[in-house]
Design a protein. Structure first.
Length: 322
């Protein structure tokens, strides 16, 4: 039972990076991590017995194939996801301590464990917000090529990415739509990162960055309002409100495009049900079936206009005004 949390502690302390930098002894690692030497040695002994790290001689450690995944620059970004002091780590801590509360009450476990809602916690701690934004950018970076290839985005003149973070996905979509104008909408402190991204990508002349909430009126006139992994963060009432704002912002004949995991009888069901509990704990969100998404859309005045399954167990759902 201790292995998952022990690996997370090693990730949080960046032990793999310190070993790669030359701090291979117990004493050296304790100095590098500002940890208690005796306690750290017990952690390392535990992890070495499970082949997470190597211990070629007592108190001298090395990297295994497993611990190389914990290097800060590894493309998997595993260390960032496991870091107990980052946003993802705090959500998982909330799952450990708050799932019982969430199941009993239907209320977020995060609030019960940390004494504040997740989004308020991010607002109060800039380092957590930065961690969350970085992780979401990494997720969108993996999704972006799939989404960009899955639809003829060049048919749209104006594409608005709502809650689009720093613009990773919108950049990929605009590369497939060379004549389209892009609008990135997200909260202040997050969305500004899109300005530099678009400038570096040569897209500054056909992008617009707007600070705002998707619960408030959105920039009007979009042929496509894109929502990528937004609705699963929220309960049904709030999701309908977000969709209704998108519907209001559409140009005549426009569509809302939603990228989400969909709970279905397929190979992704096991992973999607795990994410469903994660959403329950952190913000009372949920993963949904296609029928549940369709019901949300209908309540927001939208009807189905197409479905495309992506290789990563995400679906691209299109809705138009009913």
């Amino acid at each position: 039972m201790f292995t998952p949390i022990a690996v997370r502690v090693a990730a949080t302390l960046r032990i793999a990076d310190h070993i790669e930098a030359g701090a291979r002894t117990r004493a050296g690692l304790a100095r590098a991590t500002s940890a208690d030497e005796s306690a750290l040695g017990r952690l390392m002994r535990f992890l070495a017995c499970r082949d997470v790290f190597t211990e070629d001689e007592p108190g001298v450690y090395g990297l295994s194939d497993t611990s190389r995944l914990l290097l800060d620059n590894h493309p998997s970004r595993m260390r960032h996801w496991l870091d107990l002091e980052g946003a993802s780590g705090r959500i998982d801590l909330a799952a450990c301590g708050g799932l019982l509360h969430a199941v009993r009450t239907g209320a977020p476990g995060y609030d019960a464990v940390f004494g504040t809602p997740f989004w308020d916690d991010l607002a109060a701690h800039p380092e957590l917000a930065e961690s969350f934004n970085d992780q979401m950018a990494a997720v969108q970076g993996r999704l972006a090529p799939e989404v960009a290839r899955a639809h003829p985005w060049h048919e749209a003149r104006r594409i608005a990415d709502i809650g689009g973070g720093t613009g990773t996905l919108l950049e990929a979509v605009l590369r497939q739509a060379p004549d389209a104008h892009g609008v990135l909408v997200d909260l202040p402190g997050t969305v500004e990162g899109g300005t530099g991204r678009f400038a570096a990508a040569g897209l500054a002349g056909r992008t617009e960055v707007v600070a705002g909430s998707f619960f408030d009126p959105l920039p009007a006139g979009a042929d496509v309002c894109l929502l990528s992994q937004i609705l699963h963060d929220w309960d049904d009432k709030e999701s309908v409100a977000i969709l209704a704002r998108c519907a209001e912002a559409l140009a005549p004949g426009g569509r809302v495009a939603v990228v989400e995991r969909v709970v279905a009888e397929d190979s992704g069901k096991r992973l999607n049900t795990e994410y469903d509990l994660r959403m329950l704990v952190f913000n009372k969100g949920r993963e949904r079936t296609l029928e549940e998404f369709t019901a949300l859309a209908a309540e927001a005045g939208l009807r189905p206009a197409g479905v495309t399954r992506l290789p990563s167990h995400h679906w691209l759902l299109f809705w138009e005004r009913a």
